[in-house]
Every structure is written in structure tokens, then in C-alpha cells.
Design a protein around this ligand. Sequence first.
Ligand code: P5A
Length: 445
Amino acid sequence: MRLSRYFMPVLKETPADAQIVSHRYMLRAGMIKQTAAGIYSWLPLGLKVLRNIERIVNEEQERAGHVPILMSTIQPADLWRESGRYDDYGEEMLRVRDRHDRDMLYGPTNEEAVTDIFRAHVNSYKDLPLTLYQIQWKFRDEIRPRFGVMRGREFFMKDGYNFDLTKEDALHAYNRHLVSYLRTYERMGLKAIPMRADGGPIGGDYTHEFLVLAETGESEVFYDAEVTDLTFGDREVDYDSVEECEAVLKEFTSRYARTDETHDEALFNEIPEERRRSARGIEVGQIFYFGTKYSESMGATVVNADQEQVPVHMGSHGIGVSRLLGAIIEASHDDKGIIWPEGVTPFHVGIVNLKQGDDEADAACDALYKAFVSAGLEPLYDDRKERAGGKFATMDLIGLPWRITVGPRGLKNGVVELTSRKTGESVEVAPEEAVAKVKAIYEAL
Ligand code: P5A
């Protein structure tokens, strides 16, 4: 993409009402535009990152054997009356009435809707296990929407629902989700720690939240410092293997790590003092096992091997897809702007032409652009007639991991400058070498 043809409305001023850095940078980099409190439109740069996050979530869900669907955002109230949650859910639910005076709602979550799909089509234990998931907009009329996409009213969520014959099978699904989430967050350059949490309005005794440590996080958390050393890395786990998934769960959750709702002071104090930590965190996901809570009330049963009708065991599993943009920026930025991890960056590399209009510089930039495109990478070429300082400031703000600076002086010596956004380090290399280096970095992901 050439910046002169793009739509990236960068703001010079820091927006006064944005309290946290991710919100400020998302507005300044022209990624989102507020429509109403807690409701945003996604501008091209923001949409690119959102789609990248969505792609990673999809890839990891499919790797785990989960099946994508897309449910409606509007749901009939009657489904929620069946589960008993229509009255319980309270003011957070956006309730609407259609022209026939029927009560409808904009889905804050989809346990009822997916259970309705399941009961309409699945009758036998032979069709289990089954996990259906979607990535879809949700609406929760939060009392205090704030921090931009972090606590929105309309937000994008990956929500998955497992259907199993027995509690043991459902717990395997729970563990499988835990493993897939660890992989998912790491691919986005994030360390998200699974912590024992509370079921809240979704229900269930088994639940873990995934938290990214950040000062601006809304959750208070307590943990053993050793849990922050755990990384999933590139290990291969067989998602069908009960033992392997359980081993990962044990490894990642056997230390003390809890949100304030489940915090146990006595247990916490058993950890050696120098390893005890209390901090703040951003909740980027949560997994639940809630047994037959919805299947019993809504009649989602299957025939088992003994020809008996039994309610299925279920769980639900969520990732805050739009919130993740905020969390990633909170975890990866400096005073000049965002520093995108390579896995989610909106463009792979920025090209800065120091002397737009100079034949040699323009030709070198065009050649680099073409070379990146044919290598399957997306460059953002700043081809505006602007001062170098302004171009650098924009590149730093939008946070592409790699920048190539092209100017007449370097070209005389046959070199361009390749700069890492993260370290600020630059090397002078031939243009072909710059392309090869950047290509190798993305190929290794
Ligand atoms: C699990 C999937 C659920 O709703 N039902 C379906 C379960 N869980 S949850 O924890 O309530 O939400 C899942 C994740 O969604 C993100 N999230 C939000 N993101 C932005 N703004 C909000 N207001 C908001 N509320 C929840 C969180 O990341 C949460 O972990």
C-alpha cells in the first residue's frame, strides 16, 4: 500500500479523553473512530490488525479440531427464558422489540443460541465430541465502557462451545481449549497467564481467566512469580490426547495464580515471600466448564450407548478479540508509539523515501515495494512529499516492526537502512539483502 492512496487519519494531538496508552495510540494512529460510548468503527489500519488476530484465533481453533459457525447477533428472548437467564442477566443486556411486539436481544454471549442449534440437529452420542465456535460481535451495555476497545459495549469475541457425553470428556475439551489459548496468545507476542477465576453470569465451577499483566489492567491478580517463566513455545501437543492436554493444564495451572475473586490469602502465603506477586492484569480470555446447566434446562440431550436420553456436558470458551488489540499495545509500546509483534502487524514493513521526487530514490523504493509484494509480504510505502522527521514519527507511531529508509546518500553507496522498531537498531545493507532479511524473519514465524 502506498500511504498517499491509503486512508490512515493520523492525529497529531493526543486525544484528551483517552486515559490509557493503547486507547491514545489507537486513536492517534487512525485505527478506530468512536461512534458512541463504547462503540467503535474500525478504520483500515485497525481493521487489518483485527483481521490478523481473528486469523490466528481461527487457525488455532481449527488446529484444535473445533468447527466454525456464525450465529446471528440478534436472538429471541424466549431462548433465554428457557435457560432462566433472561431476567437474571440484568441491565447489561440490550433488549429490543420487533414490529410484532416480540422481545429480542442483541447477544451478549451465545450459550442459549448454540444449545438451540445443537438440540435441533444432534441426537446421538455417536456425534460427540463436538465443539462449535464463532467469531462474532457481542453487545453488553456495560455501566462504564472505557479504555477504548478494552471495555467496549460492542466488541468482537471468539466464543466456542463444547458438547460432550460425559464430564470427563468435557474436561478434556476444557483442557484442549487451555492449550489452544496458550498457543494463540503466544503467536500474538503476548504472555497470557491462566488464573483461577469466578464463573460469574456464565456459571460453572471450573473456570480460568487468561491475563496479560499490565499496570492499566482492570483485574487485580495474585501469583507466584514462577508462573511468568512458563512458555508454551513451539511444542507439539496432540489435541486428541487426554494425557497430553492434561499435562499442559497441570504445568500451567499448578502454581498459584488467581484473580481477586478466588484469591486465598492463606494459600498465597505458603509461597516463599520473594516470589509472591500482586499486580494488575487484562483479561483476554476465559474458559468455563458448566456441566448440564444449559442442556438440562433447554433439553439438549443425546441417546447414549444404553439407549438412554442424557443431557450433554458443556462448557464455553471466550477470547476478547477486539480487546486483544488494546492488550497487545499495552504490552508492547514506547513513548513514540506502538510496537507491533510480527504476528499481528498491519503491514510487514514500512518503506520511507527520504527524497520523494528524486528519480533514483523513487525507483529504488518502487523496486523494494515490488520485491516485497512478490515475496508475499505487505509493505506500507510512505511516498508522501513530507519531511523525513514527519515520516519517521508516523512510522514510529503505527509501529511496523521493520522500516527501510531509502535516500540518495545511501543509494550512492548501494545501501538502504533497515531498522528494527523494537530495538531502534539499524543496519546498512543492499536493498536485496534488506528484502531477504525481512522475508526470513516472517518465514520463521
Ligand atoms: C465464554 C464464551 C463468555 O462470555 N461465553 C461465551 C463465555 N465469557 S466472558 O469472559 O464473559 O467473555 C469472554 C472474553 O470477552 C472479552 N470481553 C470484552 N471485551 C471487550 N469489551 C467488553 N466489554 C468485554 N467483555 C468481555 C474478555 O476478553 C473476556 O475474557
